[in-house]
Write a protein that binds this ligand. Structure first.
Ligand code: AMP
Length: 211
């Protein structure tokens, strides 16, 4: 199955994409995770992406599309998260999947009110080692500052600070919201209420996908 997740920053794309990918037994491809990894490793891609990420801006389409295209080679199923974020990216993905003769099955739009997004993002913490996601209030780790899964150190993403979050939400409204219409026009959009627990949302996602 080939699925992608749309939604504002903090809507739960990463969490739900990881759960679904595990359930389907397909790779989970997160462009944000790939960029953060490249930044950590200090690669040329990471150096190029970092300035945009720090400002809460989007990395240029050509850079993102090239990276995703490379990762999609040889994959028959996937769950994408954080991509596409602009109409040119959506068109590029459509073309690439046509070449691979592997059309998309669904685009899941996770809907969460903006005041909840701000509460989610500013208290979000990530594991430096495995990327697992926590929330100080809604989903705290068992030992403060440590990952339940691997014991790694938890940190706050620089772009989860309130000022940058506001910029990311503005970018989302301008650039990414139109992508939902692109998939609606193709009959692929599944709108899912993203509020509530991880389990509740994952049940809604599964039923929206008819599984
Ligand atoms: P995320 O983890 O999905 O919130 O992504 C973190 C940051 O990585 C974004 O704020 C962008 O700077 C960059 N990024 C991730 N995915 C994309 C994309 N599809 N297009 C452009 N920039 C992206």
């Amino acid at each position: 199955m080939r699925v992608l997740f749309l939604g504002a920053p903090g809507a739960g794309k990463g969490t739900q994409a990881a759960l679904l990918a595990r359930r389907l037994g397909v790779p989970h491809l997160s462009t944000g995770d790939l960029f953060r990894q490249a930044v950590r490793e200090g690669t040329p891609l990471g150096r190029e992406a970092q300035a945009y990420m720090d400002r809460g801006e989007l990395v240029p389409d050509a850079v993102v599309v090239g990276m995703v295209r490379e990762r999609l080679q040889g994959e028959t199923g996937f769950v994408l998260d954080g991509f596409p974020r602009t109409l040119p990216q959506a068109r590029a993905l459509e073309e690439e999947l046509a070449v691979l003769a592997a059309p998309l099955d669904a685009a899941v739009l996770l809907e969460v009110p903006e005041e909840l997004i701000l509460r989610r993002l500013t208290a979000r913490r990530l594991c430096r080692s495995c990327g697992a996601v926590y929330h100080l209030e809604f989903h705290p780790p068992r030992i403060p500052g440590r990952c339940d899964r691997c014991g790694g150190e938890l940190y706050q993403r620089d772009d989860d600070r309130e000022e940058t979050v506001r910029r990311r939400l503005e970018v989302y409204r301008q650039e990414t919201a139109p992508v939902a219409q692109f998939y609606r026009d193709r009959g692929l959009l599944r709108q899912v209420d993203g509020t509530g627990s991880e389990e509740e949302v994952s049940h809604r996602v599964a039923s929206a996908l008819g599984r």
